[in-house]
Write a protein of this length. Structure first.
Length: 250
């Protein structure tokens, strides 16, 4: 009985609080970008996926009668929309704005259209929940692994400023509790996606630690630059020799 209470009540309650912390973790960086008018190295793709997956899990909560999923995902959708709007408003590159337009349109349209198709096209409620849960898993894994979309460049430059360390830590804790809830309630959709999120968080934190303890070494100046420096030194040496010769003659 105690284990059931922990798994089905305590774990989702703590998980909901941690989920809100996950959604709030980029707030400071986004607020600073809004004040300065410069996105700098902020990667906006996770914010788009944040709002998308929150909307999908919100609908899944209705289909599967899981009230525990509703409050935190309402907050997640709202914050995700705010972060996306800030990133979109500060994007000046026309090509990037076109990608934003496509992404935002898809995120706004897909959840409602897909939910409508399942609601009116599938009579059995458990079947509707199964289809929607499977889709939520795919999208949820996309969100949980979206910070790793820049990992190749991060490892190459040893600069993790485009990734959010607070987001990675809170995500690690959040997915742990939601995985416990999924196992306790026998909801494998919640269990699988949050187990994947746990390992994604481990990868992100490992990337931060790698960049922290193994920074990139200084790059040698190009050969052309060294050649130019050598020429300057040679010229200075000749000029100094001429000065000494003139002083000796006088």
């Amino acid at each position: 009985m105690g284990g059931e209470v922990i798994g089905t009540i305590v774990a989702p309650a703590i998980g909901s609080v941690l989920a809100v912390l996950v959604f709030l973790s980029p707030w400071r960086a986004v607020a600073e970008a809004r004040e300065s008018g410069d996105l700098k190295s902020i990667n906006g793709f996770p914010f788009l996926m944040m709002g998308f997956q929150a909307a999908m899990w919100l609908i899944y909560g209705f289909f599967a009668d899981l009230i525990a999923l509703l409050p935190c995902n309402v907050i997640g959708y709202t914050l995700g929309a705010y972060y996306v709007l800030v990133c979109y408003s500060l994007t000046t590159d026309e090509t990037t704005r076109k990608y934003w337009n496509i992404g935002i349109s898809f995120v706004l349209a897909f959840p409602s259209i897909f939910a409508g198709i399942l609601y009116f096209g599938v009579e059995d409620a458990s079947t509707r929940a199964w289809y929607f849960g499977l889709t939520c898993n795919i999208i949820g894994i996309g969100f949980l692994f979206s910070p790793l979309s820049v990992i190749v460049n991060v490892l190459r430059t040893r600069d993790a400023s485009s990734m959010s360390f607070p987001l990675s830590v809170t995500l690690l804790l959040c997915t742990s509790f939601w995985a416990i809830f999924g196992l306790a309630s026998s909801d494998w959709f919640i269990a699988v996606v949050n187990t994947a999120g746990f390992f994604s968080s481990i990868c992100q934190i490992g990337t931060f630690l790698f960049c922290r303890f193994f920074p990139k070494t200084a790059i040698e100046p190009p050969v052309e630059e060294m050649g130019d420096m050598k020429s300057v030194i040679d010229i200075m040496g000749v000029a100094r020799g001429q000065q000494l010769f003139q002083s000796f003659k006088s």
